[in-house]
Write a protein that binds this ligand. Structure first.
Ligand code: 5GP
Ligand code: ZN
Length: 139
């Protein structure tokens, strides 16, 4: 189901042009219009889901297999060896388009992509959080 107010749904519906990399019944992959690095690709599921937990299990289980396939082709064409697969969920996480998408970002020896800065670990907090999440999903 597409959302008529969503820019990625409009791309999927061919109302907005894009540089197509891949297309099937479930997904479209396109070049990012403002790439983090040369060759930056976006994979868009052809169902409107804002974030990962909104996406169907079927599409969620297929999207990483497709990412492997596309990355393998990009490596052959571009010749890079390193890459990031990024998926932002929500404004605070850097999501600017509320239609779930995977970023496939080639990395080169000199680029300006920054991800996060590591901080000191506080085991008294993180151990308790880990236990609570574990208990919720495993018991
Ligand atoms: P987000 O910040 O939501 O994780 O990523 C959104 C991405 O979509 C950004 O990298 C941005 O450059 C890209 N983008 C936004 N609008 C368009 C568009 O109309 N066409 C294409 N190809 N990419 C877009
Ligand atoms: Zn959408």
């Amino acid at each position: 189901m597409l959302d008529s107010n969503c820019i990625f749904c409009k791309i999927i519906n061919h109302e907005i042009p894009s540089k197509l990399i891949y297309d099937d019944n479930d997904f479209m992959a396109i070049l990012d219009v403002a790439p983090a690095t040369k060759g930056h690709v976006l994979i868009l599921p052809k169902e409107h889901a804002a974030t990962l937990i909104d996406l169907s299990d079927d599409k969620a289980s297929k999207i990483l297999v497709l990412a492997k396939k596309i990355i393998a082709a990009m490596i052959k064409v571009h010749g890079f060896n390193n890459y990031n697969i990024v998926q932002n969920n929500g404004k605070l996480a850097g999501q600017t388009v509320d239609h779930l998408h995977l970023h496939l970002i080639p990395r080169y020896s000199i680029d300006e992509v920054g991800l996060w800065t590591p901080h000191e670990n506080d085991p008294s907090v993180t151990d308790e959080l880990a236990k609570k999440v574990h208990d919720l999903i495993q018991n």
